[in-house]
Design a protein around this ligand. Structure first.
Ligand SMILES: [Fe+2]
Ligand SMILES: [Fe+2]
Length: 293
């Protein structure tokens, strides 16, 4: 019998946290997983062509870090080229998935949540801090993405071509992780002590900006399937407040939290209790604005 594969991993899908999706017909579940793949591809393309490319250019050329070592500057140029290649491959994959499934990415949302959140964080930061925000966002994304990619590519229920794409990507990202780890150590040492406390808070906000689910995307996708799932007022809230949502954020953040620990940025931030205590009250509204509860 021919093996049937899914286009993404149920283990990381926010849709599958709610019962009506778990109990929906199999073809609907598979379509939702295709949308998870589209979200992953679009998110990564925008990330790597946006904040990551900007950060690489900044490290390659800018005056922000005048004493930044020459060999690291050169490496930033290599990473920039690799990210362009990843974007190209992801874009091709998107086209291939559209052709083979007959499905198309949700285009009812203007910008993905991580971009809106980053823009809001930059707008709300002090001028001294805002110049670092995008760079720290990139450091965070580049130091945790390898684990995310590897996790999905280990799931044998996922289609081999998706797993192969993510495995190849994870291989490059493992090198980027080492590079951005060095960049973080360098920048933290160079930062004026007067802004370090503010930067600690900023790092946690940026981590959540990257990792918390995209409410608009989830809502827009599930709306397309309302004819099967039924109408529900609290569907998105059940997903966002599900214990697994924060747990997934913590697990995904771990590689970066370990770097923060190694540099003694926070006290034991890689313990779940400490991480929850410092971040549980923080979230974002649909416009990307930080909300403290
Ligand atoms: Fe990449
Ligand atoms: Fe990268």
């Amino acid at each position: 019998m021919k093996q049937k594969y899914s286009y993404f991993s149920r283990d990381v899908s926010a849709f599958f946290l709610i019962e009506e999706v778990q109990n929906s017909p199999e073809h609907i579940q598979e379509e939702l997983l295709v949308h998870n793949l589209f979200e992953h591809l679009d998110f990564t393309i925008l990330l790597e062509e946006g904040p990551v490319a900007k950060a690489c250019c900044l490290l390659k050329e800018s005056h922000l870090l005048p004493n930044f070592p020459e060999e690291l500057r050169k490496e930033a140029g290599i990473i920039l080229a690799e990210e362009q290649e990843h974007s190209f491959q992801y874009d091709n994959t998107k086209g291939f998935v559209c052709e083979t499934t007959g499905l198309y990415p949700i285009e009812d949302i203007e910008k993905p949540a991580f971009i809106l959140r980053l823009e809001q964080i930059i707008a709300q930061s002090s001028p001294e801090l805002s110049q670092w925000a995008s760079l720290f966002f990139t450091i965070i994304s580049e130091t945790l993405i390898t684990k995310q990619l590897s996790g999905i590519s280990c799931d044998v229920s996922v289609h081999p071509f998706v797993r192969e794409l993510l495995t190849k990507h994870a291989k490059d990202e493992a090198k980027h992780r080492a590079f951005f780890n060095s960049v973080f150590i360098y920048i933290w040492t160079e930062l004026p002590p007067s802004i370090k406390e503010e930067v600690r808070e900023l790092l946690l906000q940026l981590l959540l900006a990257y990792l918390l689910p995209d409410e608009s995307y989830i809502t827009a996708t599930l709306k397309r399937y309302e004819h099967v799932l039924g109408k529900s007022q609290d569907r998105i809230q059940r997903i966002l407040s599900h214990p697994k949502t924060r747990e997934r954020v913590f697990n995904a953040a771990l590689p970066t939290l370990k770097i923060f620990n190694d540099q003694k940025i926070f006290e034991d931030i890689s313990s779940k209790d400490t991480f929850y205590k410092r971040t549980q009250h923080l979230s974002f509204d649909v416009s990307g604005k930080l909300v403290r509860s």
